[in-house]
Design a protein around this ligand. Structure first.
Ligand SMILES: [Zn+2]
Length: 97
């Protein structure tokens, strides 16, 4: 019984540490992505669409770019402005100057 309790406690602790580490990794990755987006947009005051931002910042999900951009007040959303990279007329992001 005591051994069983030790094993269960050990496992719960392991799961807890595992979750903790994944949260830290997730937060730092998101911060890295946010910085990459801001750096990219600040350079030459570019207007970039979500697809190009996803591609250029090497972010796997487009949803993450949308989430980061909509939460950040520095980043402006522009409708029907030509993207500096692909040249398509679509929703683009830029930095408030
Ligand atoms: Zn584009």
């Amino acid at each position: 019984m005591r051994d069983y309790l030790i094993i269960v406690t050990g496992m719960s602790f392991g799961v807890f540490i595992g979750c903790f580490i994944s949260v830290i990794v997730l937060i730092s990755r998101k911060r890295k992505h946010r910085e990459a987006i801001i750096t990219l947009l600040s350079k030459d005051n570019q207007y970039l669409c979500d697809d190009c931002l996803t591609d250029m910042c090497e972010i796997s999900k487009r949803e993450e770019v949308i989430e980061i951009c909509s939460k950040n007040h520095q980043i402006r959303k522009n409708t029907d402005i030509k993207c500096s990279r692909c040249g398509n007329l679509k929703l683009t992001r830029s930095i408030h100057s």
